[in-house]
Ligand binder design. Structure first.
Ligand code: NAD
Length: 353
């Protein structure tokens, strides 16, 4: 059984649960809108399916509702920010708004954000920056469970460490590259497991370090009480990128790196290094706009390869999904919807579709 739900219905339900869990109405609205936008964008792994985990994280004391970002250092071109364990959808937006203002003023801003609870889709922040004409680079680590194996290793040692690059394109939608450095996002394995699906070769190893197609190995503890692990994308190169995200998003930000056995806490913390650049201040704006436009046009002239309709640039699949899902509704599997209903019940909210 599954549920196809209207985006506005989902936003209202999620907002109600978050308010009951302790968020002020404005915070609940913003978090709910961010989660639903992830579903609309085609990334169900970072959508409303995260809500049950957030409700548990609040109850455990790991996630602090109504927290704001704290500025530890601000010299204009550099900021050190502390997310104070607040909702990433709130403190992340506060951080990027501060960074955008400073990059507009000084031409660039590099900031670190530590101790944010789950930041969701990192592309959300790059979309905010590119909408202001800025280039945005984000390197993020994940402190929750070591779910990704190092290249050549046999168990999970770090998180799905996302990386995101946003580049504004004059007169067109931006280039918005936003991906987990694992072969797939952990949340996509939860979705596949809930749907009872197997995944392709090369995604996973089991709790003994052997290749497997069962997404359950990273969702539920296995026979020996251990989990399997995701592989990184791009073999040793994606592995290197994942480590860069851990060193920059975890060590450099002060948020910390993962170097301990798995725990059972439901909270997920992200550390993020962000670099914002204003091409207008760099003095290359005119050639940047022209060269970028001509390069993208050149790319699009490539004839479609086997199985493809056309060459796309990053960001397009998400924008297309938004149009389709706003129109057709958001599809949720029964297990995901059941978990949301149960999360509502935990805080005294009755949800029905
Ligand atoms: P993915 O594998 O779907 O890749 C998405 C990227 O590839 C996007 O930039 C998309 O536009 C681009 N893309 C997809 N198809 C394309 C095509 N045919 N041509 C050109 N570009 C194409 O994404 P993912 O790795 O599963 O990550 C999903 C989301 O999860 C991201 O938003 C990421 O930020 C988020 N994430 C967050 C955390 C966290 O802890 N907060 C951790 C991991 C991932």
């Amino acid at each position: 059984m599954s549920h196809t739900l209207d985006a506005s219905f989902l936003r209202t339900q999620i907002t109600g649960i978050l308010v009951a869990a302790g968020s002020a109405p404005a915070e609940a609205d913003q978090v709910a809108a961010n989660l639903v936008l992830a579903n609309l964008s085609g990334h169900d792994s970072h959508g409303v399916g995260m809500l049950p985990r957030y409700v548990d994280a609040i109850a455990e004391g790991g996630l602090t509702p109504n927290a704001s970002v704290k500025i530890n250092l601000d010299i204009g071109t550099m900021m050190a920010l502390d997310g104070q364990r607040g909702f990433g959808q709130i403190v992340g937006v506060q951080a990027i708004e501060l960074g955008i203002a400073r990059a507009k003023q000084h031409g660039s801003c590099i900031f670190t954000l530590s101790s944010a609870h789950h930041l969701g889709r990192i592309g959300h922040f790059a979309e905010m920056a590119t909408a202001q004409g800025l280039v945005a680079l984000h390197f993020v680590n994940v402190l929750s469970r070591p779910v990704v194996a190092p290249w050549g290793g046999g168990d999970g040692r770090f998180g799905t460490n996302p990386c995101c690059i946003g580049v504004p394109l004059a007169g067109a939608e931006p280039f918005l590259l936003d991906f987990a450095t694992s072969r797939v996002a952990q949340g996509k394995m939860r979705v596949a497991h809930n749907k009872g699906e197997q995944v392709p070769d090369g995604y996973l190893i089991d709790e003994h370090g052997a290749p497997t197609n069962d997404p359950g190995v990273v969702v539920v503890p296995q026979s020996n009480g251990l989990f399997g692990a995701l592989m990184t994308f791009g073999e040793h190169k994606g592995y290197g990128m994942a480590i860069a995200c851990e060193l920059l998003g975890g060590a450099l930000t002060g948020g910390g790196t993962w170097h301990r056995p798995a725990d059972t806490a439901r909270s997920v913390f992200n550390g993020m290094l962000t670099v914002l650049i204003d091409p207008a201040k760099l003095g290359t704006q005119t050639s940047f706009e022209q060269e970028a436009r001509e390069f993208v046009a050149w790319l699009r002239q490539s004839p479609p390869g086997a199985g493809f309709d056309a060459v796309q640039i990053a960001g397009e699949p998400e924008r297309r999904a938004r149009i389709e899902r706003e129109r057709d509704g958001i599809w949720l599997d029964d297990a995901t919807w059941g978990e949301i209903v149960a999360a509502g019940a935990k805080v005294g909210v009755t949800v029905s579709a």
